[in-house]
Design a protein around this ligand. Structure first.
Ligand code: G6P
Length: 587
């Protein structure tokens, strides 16, 4: 949710470096962008509505400077206009600020600072004005320290002051990572933005500030005291964050599922056993996440129940607060997050911790806030996921949950065997013929405005996840239902030709789902069956391998492809769906 990027170092094309970095952060927000620099003591600014990916890098190449910063926006306060695009400035246009997050007391501060001096509708502009106010009587660093103390809400900011050759960044609640190169420094919302230059990073924690000049100095935001940070080496390859031969990140990431399941289950046995033991020992275990990660938690609820005969409670993180009555020091919260930065998940963790409960996490971004704030964290190792619609991270999350469930009953090796088999079968189905077939199904349903998906037991969460996938990239109104719930209302929505997707596994509830599918067909539905076996009721049969209890991992893959192709055939960009952001760092 908004991408920020700052550069200071030996390169003399800092603006080009920043724009390129912003292009890699575009998945975090893409309604407008902006870049600024100190060009020989003058502030250079370019900011406008539109996508930063459409900006030509060479337009910035001849602007010789070694310091610059920029922003790609996902609007929260103020409409999508050039004036509201970041950076924002003080009245004299000396101090520039880029910001990710929300300043909750901005109206109050705006009144105090004289709202007639403001040129945008954003909450961010107050930060620049506040720093300018304190800068009158303080050095730049102290002015920033004093200003951030006045801010309520969440922020990651980078600040530049014309004539002072350094960048200052601060964080409370929104991510900011410092890349340490050879004589150069990067400040970014996410690692892929600077991965081509360095893999050495320092994670800024909440209430920390960093001053970047010829080196880096970390300070506590409250006390101004220096702090020591640990340098972390990231083992992502730069190419893994690029599109490569694919038209879209979404398709690339779907295809990467040929390898990601194996990476996810390649875990230290002691770590898996530790997590399994913690779940077993807990008195009241909750699984929580948001969006797609939330649906994977729900799948986990079924895996734990079916495999380990252990009841855990799933709650979306944004709803978790109401469970505080049930939380005790013996309770356990297991959170799942691709980015490791989702604000609602962090809030759920705070609720659990305030009751003395322990928190475990499954994250894709190592060193992310959720990982660092957990008592124990497993890394799902899916590699950078850039498309807004989560695909490979979700199947990796499920793989790990299934592995943990088997470990809970002392069957870890059997769990591995099941998942190795799943990985190899996913590798087999992701072939050109399969993709062509799914595209042909997408062609048949792409002009329908409604689609319904049904599933039962462990495939019920997949029906819900399928709806999210289709909604978010193709804007088709899709809804997922528990197959048995159809007759209690949803079936009224089905008319002649309505596409309905039925997720059928070779399990004990197979016939129930087929019966519910027949009910849909009787109302005229066009049935797309995703199943290891064909059935007369299917108008289209998408054949998936039979992988037993792991069926959600294979059933969701054709849905991901279907959503992708519907979007493309409707002329939409699946990587940048409207109104959405990859990492939601606001509540
Ligand atoms: C956003 C994304 C979703 C994602 C959800 C949770 O809404 O658009 O794709 O599932 O956040 O994100 P997380 O990073 O916590 O998994």
């Amino acid at each position: 949710m908004c991408g920020i990027f700052g550069y200071l170092g030996k390169k003399d094309n800092a603006m080009e470096v920043v724009v390129k970095g912003l292009q890699k952060l575009e998945y975090r927000g893409y309604d407008s962008w902006g870049v600024t620099s100190d060009l020989d003591g003058e502030l250079f600014v370019e900011k406008k509505v539109g996508k930063v990916s459409e900006v030509k890098l060479e337009d910035f190449r001849d602007k010789k400077t070694s310091i610059a910063m920029g922003h790609t926006r996902w609007a929260t306060h103020g409409g999508v206009t050039d004036a509201n695009a970041h950076p924002h400035f003080d009245t004299e246009r000396k101090i520039a600020v880029v910001h990710n997050g929300i300043i909750e007391n901005f109206q109050e501060l705006k009144e105090e600072l004289g709202k007639e001096n403001f040129v945008s509708d954003t909450d961010t502009e107050v930060i620049a004005h506040l720093i300018a106010k304190y800068r009158k009587d303080n050095p730049f660093k102290e002015a920033v320290l004093k200003a951030v103390k006045k801010l309520k809400g969440r922020f990651a900011i980078v600040v530049l002051n014309v004539g002072e050759n350094y960048l200052i960044a601060a964080r409370r609640g929104s991510p900011l990572i410092v890349g340490i190169g050879d004589g150069e420094y990067f400040l970014a919302s996410d690692i892929p933005a600077f991965l081509e230059y360095t893999q050495d990073v320092n994670y800024l924690d909440d209430n920390e500030m960093v001053v970047v000049d010829g080196g880096v100095e970390f300070l506590n935001l409250e006390t101004g005291e220096p702090i020591k940070k640990r340098l972390v080496n990231i083992d992502w390859q730069a190419e893994s964050a690029e599109k490569g031969e694919y038209d879209h990140f979404m398709l690339k990431e779907i295809m990467e599922q040929k390898e990601t399941i194996l990476r996810a289950i390649n875990q230290d046995e002691d770590d898996i056993m530790h997590v399994a033991q913690k779940i077993r020992d807990s008195r009241g275990c909750f699984l929580s996440g948001c969006g797609t990660a939330g649906k994977m938690c729900m799948a986990g609820e079924y895996f734990f129940s079916m495999i380990a005969h252990r009841h855990v409670n799933y709650a979306p993180s944004s709803e978790f607060k109401i469970y505080h009555h049930f939380l005790r020091p013996e309770s356990l919260l297991v959170v799942i997050s691709q980015s490791g930065e989702t604000a609602d998940v962090l809030e759920a963790m705070n609720v659990a911790r305030s009751k003395g409960a322990k928190v475990l996490s499954l994250v894709n971004v190592e060193g992310s806030t959720i990982a660092r704030q957990s008592d124990f964290s497993l890394h799902i190792k899916a590699g950078p996921e850039k498309a807004v619609a989560s695909t490979k991270a979700s199947t990796s999350q499920m793989a790990l949950l299934l592995l943990i469930a088997t470990a809970m009953i002392g069957e870890l090796q059997e769990g591995r065997r099941i998942l190795v088999d799943v990985a190899s079968k996913i590798n087999d189905i992701l072939n050109p013929r399969f993709l062509t077939y799914i595209k042909s199904v997408a062609e048949k349903i792409k002009d329908h405005e409604n689609a319904y998906i049904i599933g039962k037991a462990e495939n019920y969460p997949m029906a819900l996840e399928a709806a999210i996938k289709i909604q978010e990239v193709s804007y088709v109104h899709a809804q997922g239902f528990a197959a048995g719930e159809l007759k209690h209302g949803p079936i009224a929505l089905v008319t002649e030709g309505t596409p309905c997707i039925s997720l059928v596994a070779n399990d004990e509830v197979r016939q129930d789902v087929i019966n519910n599918t027949i009910e849909l067909k009787a109302r005229g539905a066009y049935i797309i069956g995703i199943s290891p076996e064909n059935d007369d009721v299917f108008d289209e049969w998408i054949k998936v391998p039979d992988v037993g209890v792991a069926s959600p991992l294979v059933n969701i893959i054709p849905i991901q492809l279907l959503a992708y192709y519907i979007a493309v055939l409707r002329g939409l960009d699946p990587d940048m769906p409207r109104n959405l952001a990859k990492s939601v760092t606001v509540k």
